[in-house]
Design a binder for this molecule. Structure first.
Ligand code: PMP
Length: 304
């Protein structure tokens, strides 16, 4: 059975996990009206640190703004809540999940309900293990498209968006692939169910732009920054589907997935069929942030 941590933060207080409940008639449960973040903390040589906490919380407030949700806590209060759930549960390498939602207070679509907020944390080490980081996963292009930019804004990390993500991920798993990649409404590449996408051509990184209905990921931004600092060219551009089959290397990235190579797409081998030279360099730079080998000149590691 699933094991849960002991403590969780909800609406201003730390409480036992089992007591953090919401009413069945909460607006969000019916209409998807929640915004959330996924953040990692790492056990670094200088102690536990939360990766880009400030930037993740900024995105949470941006997501809330799009849906006119006024969070009843300041950024500092939520940052403190994030630190508190890690400390109180005795965690170091963990996944943090702040979530805010329209609660009980009206059944109409445009109801002005109270906004409930919670922050959970649970242990999470490397997601896929050394084997997948070296050998990569398989992926397929989904029969489900990403939502168009004038339907649901991909730039908000909102609960309702993940109905699309579930269709894409569940179809991929059902067909025996590790992850699904979606095309945008333009027909061009968008992103993975819960990860951004990078292709390597001639040593340069190519990644899809915001106009492709992607969540502009914080890992994506971190990798772009690390790559450029290392002299690797990065190009944000429209990418047609078949480029997936022609790329020298392809990898996905995200808070949970970190930097995950893709070894085959739609049954076609990508490059040499395992993590390529550029992917390995990006992994080295990224994981180096957490083992002290990459200098964190940006202040991305925020101590717990
Ligand atoms: N795209 C989607 C749809 C996601 O859910 C995520 C995970 N939050 C990402 C991309 C990667 O974003 P980040 O690097 O900020 O975790």
């Amino acid at each position: 059975a699933q094991q849960y941590p002991e403590w969780i933060w909800q609406n201003g207080a730390i409480k036992p996990w089992a007591e953090a409940t919401a009413h069945v008639m909460s607006h969000a449960l019916h209409y998807g009206s929640s915004v959330f973040e996924g953040i990692r903390s790492y056990a670094t040589p200088d102690g536990a640190a939360i990766f880009r906490l400030t930037d993740h919380l900024s995105r949470l407030y941006h997501s809330a703004k799009i849906y006119d949700m006024v969070l009843p806590y300041t950024r500092d209060e939520l940052a403190a809540a994030c630190r508190e759930v890690i400390k109180k549960n005795g965690l170091s390498a963990a996944y943090l999940r702040p979530v805010a939602w329209r609660g009980l207070g009206g059944f109409g679509l445009s109801a002005e309900t109270p906004i409930d907020v919670a922050v959970a944390a649970w242990p999470m080490g490397p997601y896929l293990g050394p084997e997948a980081l070296e050998q990569g996963i398989t992926a397929c292009v989904s029969s489900w498209q990403r939502f168009a930019p004038n339907t649901i804004p991909a730039g908000a990390k909102a609960g309702g968006n993940y109905l699309s993500g579930q269709l894409i991920a569940r179809e991929a798993r059902r067909l025996g692939f590790g992850e699904g990649i979606a095309l945008a409404s333009s027909g061009l590449l968008s992103e993975g169910a819960g990860e951004n996408l990078f292709l390597v051509f001639d040593g340069a990184l190519h990644t899809t732009p915001a106009s492709a209905s992607i969540l502009t990921g914080i890992t994506r931004h971190s990798l772009i920054t690390l790559a450029r600092e290392d002299g690797i060219e990065v190009i944000e551009r429209d990418i047609p589907r078949e480029y997936l089959y022609l790329a020298d290397e392809v990898f996905m990235c995200g808070t949970a997935a970190e930097v995950t190579p893709i070894r085959a797409i739609d049954g076609k081998q990508v490059g040499a069929g395992k993590a390529g030279r550029v992917t390995r360099r990006i992994q080295e730079l990224f994981f180096g942030l957490f083992n002290g080998k990459t200098n964190d000149q940006w202040g991305w590691l925020e101590p717990v």
